[in-house]
Design a protein around this ligand. Structure first.
Ligand SMILES: C[S@@+](CC[C@H](N)C(=O)[O-])C[C@H]1O[C@@H](n2cnc3c(N)ncnc32)[C@H](O)[C@@H]1O
Length: 380
């Protein structure tokens, strides 16, 4: 966890510490440039003052020059300059010079063609402002890349805030995520020390990117069966819902199942509900666990007793809790999910109002948390 406080960043050139942290965090998360402009004005007391330009130059642009997505920075600088000009304000020479460089070096369509991969940093800002968690994630600017699994979706921001706001609920637990995408939820689960984190996705390119992101965050996925007593075991599993085999999935036997933004494709819903049904209804193994300890050729899935919760042959299997966060974009699709779940004897409770995260992402103006619902699933 990085410990850059608002006071350490701000109060420079008259920039308020919190406003400065929000501007830097928004820049690193690659918020839309209209949001950055709003933060820049906030720092400058209502306009893009020379003080806020100097702050942007020192703390956002120069400091992150090597790793920034050039077309994004170009658009930001262009927006800043046109705002300053329309206010008849004075602009820093550095900003003009950088923009001139970009005009000659970057073509307008560079961000559309081929150059769609970038590194975003999601900064979770804790209320006492004494610490923040910064999660670097490689992602695509093309939302459809990797079957949608290479972008950060708002429901995973929400689930991540929930995990970091209520660590006691998840730490020491064996967690299993469906449709993990870029892996933000997994990084947060490892951060709060869940005992095991099984991250799954059906798209191989998303899974490969997820592994890169775990490494970027200092997490080594254990794709062999390894026991660790000291830290969270994180494992990435190729798991297309359509191919999930009951005997393989059951052996994971998690305490908590998670899913963010996975209810959207009507064709996949029956398979997703079938997978959730298996996970929510753990059964005692009918034969010794070492027989289950093998690799599946079909799904590339491995299962084994070192990754399972380890209910012994005599102990009763406890049903896990499942938390699914979702933006309901299409009511018909969501109702189909409710119907399928009902037929599968899964009870769904909307707990959005009763189990709430703290607002750890106050600078993300493009993140509309009010559009997200949180559901708890349990066996009937
Ligand atoms: C909208 S993205 C959400 C990703 C991530 N949970 C987030 O919120 O940022 C949906 C994810 O579900 C995965 N997915 C979609 N259909 C799937 C299927 N049939 N089997 C397994 N994974 C699937 C996609 O690959 C993608 O990673």
């Amino acid at each position: 966890m990085s410990s850059l406080s608002a006071a350490a960043v701000g109060e420079e050139g008259g920039i308020d510490g919190v406003a400065g942290v929000h501007l830097i965090s928004a820049f690193l998360a690659m918020e839309p440039t209209r949001c950055l402009l709003s933060h820049a004005k906030n720092c400058g007391g209502g306009s893009v003052s020379l003080g806020s330009q100097r702050f942007i130059w020192d703390h956002c642009i120069s400091k992150n020059y090597e790793q920034s997505h050039a077309p994004y920075v170009k658009n930001f600088v262009k927006k800043l300059l046109s705002e300053i000009e329309s206010d008849h304000g004075e602009a820093l020479d550095e900003l003009y010079e950088l923009y001139a460089d970009y005009v000659t070096s970057i073509k307008e369509d560079d961000s559309v063609k081929g150059n769609s991969w970038t590194l975003k940093h999601i900064s979770f800002l804790f209320p006492d402002a004494s610490a923040r968690l910064v999660v670097p994630l490689q992602c695509s600017l093309n939302m459809l890349e990797g079957d949608t699994g290479c972008s950060i979706w708002p429901s995973s921001l929400y689930l991540s805030e929930l995990i970091l706001s209520h660590p006691e609920h998840f730490s020491g637990k064996s967690c299993f995520e469906v449709g993990s995408g870029v892996g933000l939820v997994g990084v947060c689960l490892a951060q709060i020390k869940a005992s095991r984190v099984i991250l799954t996705d059906g798209d191989p390119s998303s899974l490969a990117n997820l592994e890169i992101n775990l490494k970027l965050n200092g997490i080594t996925p254990h794709n062999q069966e390894l026991d660790s007593v000291e830290s969270t075991i994180v494992k990435c599993v190729h798991l297309p819902w359509e191919l999930a085999m009951e005997y393989e999935v059951q052996d994971f036997s998690p305490d908590i199942i998670l899913g963010a933004d996975v209810i959207y494709d009507p064709l996949c819903l029956p398979h997703l509900v079938r997978l959730l049904t298996i996970l929510l209804h753990p059964k005692e193994p009918s034969y010794p666990r070492h027989i289950l300890n093998h690799k599946s050729h079909k799904t590339g899935m491995s299962s084994g007793n070192s990754m399972s919760r380890g209910t012994g042959p005599c102990s009763p299997a406890k049903s896990p809790d499942a938390y699914i966060s979702s933006v309901i974009r299409n009511a018909e699709t969501f109702n189909q999910f409710l119907l399928l779940a009902d037929q599968a004897n899964i009870a769904i409770q909307d707990i959005t109002e009763t189990f709430q995260p703290l607002d750890l992402l106050p600078y993300l103006q493009s993140y509309d948390r009010s559009s997200i619902r949180l559901f708890k699933l349990s066996p009937k």
